[in-house]
Write a protein that binds this ligand. Structure first.
Ligand SMILES: [Zn+2]
Length: 126
């Protein structure tokens, strides 16, 4: 048994440190993604009409974009609240907080682009 342990000690050390590294990287990824700050750029028919720093929102509030479209913002997220488009798909999308999930309403030419702020990169590097 002693001999077995001795010859496999290196294996245990390697496996152990790999496990620790994996855990550490998981923790780092977790903390970075929870600190993510998001900005929303709202385009109407290709024109940038409004930029909102979603990180600075503290409570839910309504934004009236025009006669047809009402948006709702809260910390880190945005959604379409009211919109008279025929499909209503943009409303059913609900809150989006990820650059991977833009909100699009083809009927009104509405495009809400979510952007992770550049300061995120500083967090990762620092
Ligand atoms: Zn729509």
């Amino acid at each position: 048994m002693k001999k077995y342990l001795k010859s496999h000690l290196l294996d245990f050390i390697i496996i152990g440190s790999l496990l620790i590294l994996t855990l550490l990287s998981l923790i780092i990824i977790e903390s970075v993604s929870s600190k993510k700050s998001v900005k929303a750029e709202i385009y109407l028919k290709g024109e940038l009409v409004l930029t909102i720093d979603l990180d600075k929102e503290s409570t839910e509030r309504e934004i009236i974009l025009n006669d047809d479209i009402k948006l709702m913002v809260k910390k880190g997220a945005i959604k379409v609240l009211e919109n008279n488009c025929p499909t209503g798909f943009c409303i059913s999308q609900g809150y989006s907080s990820s650059p991977a999930r833009p909100i699009i309403c083809a009927y009104h030419g509405l495009y809400i682009k979510l952007i992770s702020r550049a300061s995120d990169i500083d967090v990762v590097a620092g």
